[in-house]
Design a protein around this ligand. Structure first.
Ligand code: SF4
Ligand code: SF4
Length: 407
């Protein structure tokens, strides 16, 4: 996947380098003439799939507002047409490569958070969510958001059934033409006595106006996730996988892993590319959102998404990654957290570790870690959580390590 001579449909390594250089300059100079190529002019570069009941045809790899500005023009040129957290851009900061396109050719998502606290302590408040979106639309100059996404999601099935504040805010905004579709980004809440993401999403697929959901999903994940994806497909409900690349970043800088990967049986494969192909080979999944900070990552991920079929080397590479992750990388399944008498958000802490070690975003990881009410230092080493971990992580030792890294 890193073969520089590899040529994809109309997009070569030279294009990446050329656009990379001009893209970086374009950000500084606000002049990106050659980069404003319409996705419609380069059809088929990235496959698109129906985002469930929304009816939107979105690129199988979706973009995010926090991608490096240098890669966004090329992402647009390669067919990315959906932007996660697109509301973070104002009319001034939205990349020219996006806003110069016809408005109906790309989709912007607004993520709406609880108010009066973080995703665990905050509350749903119809009026404040309504005002938040109205103000964001005005700032963005985009006219409307294609997808209103409840960020972090419901705490429990009961809340999903009884608290209609988020849905009502969406419906008011939809009537005014400021949003078009309703989706959710659902996390697990068993650390605060709530429910697991897959149980809540299953309910929403069957019983509510939600049209799509985003949730954690990676290789080796639980059967429940496969069941949610199958149900979603059957019921025409869109799905976006997030936090898919567990261990990929740390493996890329681990000399031992790289020595093993050089063996002929892994030839032509990398953990990142194999993971993307594995995701894309699941017809029940609409798309994935993957942190992308540089051209090499973009090239590797996009080339893999175009191919989608896994080779035997890819399968072996994922097996190698799974073995590497055992005892090392949290899969964010949250199975351990309900066992903790101290109510430590173990999976959140290990998600922040992932930001540091896999995405190489240490300051973001430290900032998130500082927001925790109870961090890793609250662990009393009782060991109650450890039998629940199928990834064989020594959680006591891991929390100490992460506190040392991020605390
Ligand atoms: S070992 Fe630490 S994290 Fe695990 S249950 Fe005990 S206090 Fe909680
Ligand atoms: S530490 Fe283990 S049980 Fe807990 S969330 Fe991570 S993988 Fe799951």
């Amino acid at each position: 996947m890193n073969d520089d001579s590899h040529e994809t449909k109309g997009l070569t390594r030279r294009d990446f380098i050329r656009v990379g250089a001009t893209g970086a300059m374009g950000v500084a100079l606000s002049g990106m003439g050659e980069l404003t190529v319409s996705a419609a002019e380069t059809p088929g570069l990235l496959p698109r799939r129906r985002y469930g009941r929304t009816g939107l045809e979105i690129s199988t790899l979706v973009g995010a507002y926090d991608w490096s500005p240098a890669v966004i023009p090329l992402a647009v040129k390669s067919g990315v047409n959906y932007w996660h957290k697109g509301h973070r851009w104002t009319s001034e900061t939205m990349p020219e490569a996006i806003k110069s396109q016809p408005r109906e050719s790309y989709y912007l998502e607004i993520t709406v958070d609880r108010v009066g606290g973080d995703h665990m302590k905050g509350r749903i408040d119809e009026e404040q969510h309504y005002q938040f979106v109205k103000e964001a639309v005005a700032r963005s100059g985009a006219g409307y958001y294609d997808v209103f996404k409840f960020h972090f999601g419901y705490h429990s099935l009961n809340e999903a059934k009884t608290d209609m504040g988020m849905v009502r805010a969406y419906e008011r905004l939809k009537k005014e033409g400021l949003v078009k579709h309703l989706a959710i980004s659902q996390h697990h809440y068993n650390n605060i006595g709530g429910d697991m993401a897959y149980d809540i999403v299953t309910y929403l697929i069957e019983h509510s106006p939600y049209e799509a959901a985003q949730f954690f999903y990676t290789y080796g994940d639980k059967q429940e996730l496969e069941e949610v994806l199958a149900l979603a497909k059957k019921k025409d409900f869109g799905t976006i996988a997030m936090k898919t690349m567990g261990g990929v970043g740390r493996a890329s800088t681990d000399k031992k892993f790289q020595t093993l990967l050089a063996e002929p049986r892994f030839s032509g494969s990398t953990p990142g590319a194999a993971m993307v192909k594995w995701l894309m080979s699941n017809p029940n999944l609409t798309a994935a959102v993957i942190a992308t900070n540089n051209f090499d990552q973009l090239q590797e991920n996009f080339n893999a998404a175009r191919q989608s079929t896994m080779s035997s080397s890819d399968r072996q590479t994922l097996g190698l990654l799974a073995a590497y992750n055992k005892g090392l990388t949290c899969l964010l399944c949250a199975d351990c957290v309900s066992h903790c008498p101290e109510h430590i958000a173990i999976a959140d802490i290990l998600r922040y570790e992932r930001y540091a070690l896999d995405y190489h975003e240490l300051s973001r990881a430290r900032a998130e870690y500082r927001t925790l009410t109870k961090d890793g230092s609250a662990c009393i080493a009782c060991g109650d959580c450890m039998p629940a971990c199928k990834a064989d992580i020594n959680i006591v030792a891991k929390l100490k390590e992460v506190h040392h890294l991020l605390g």
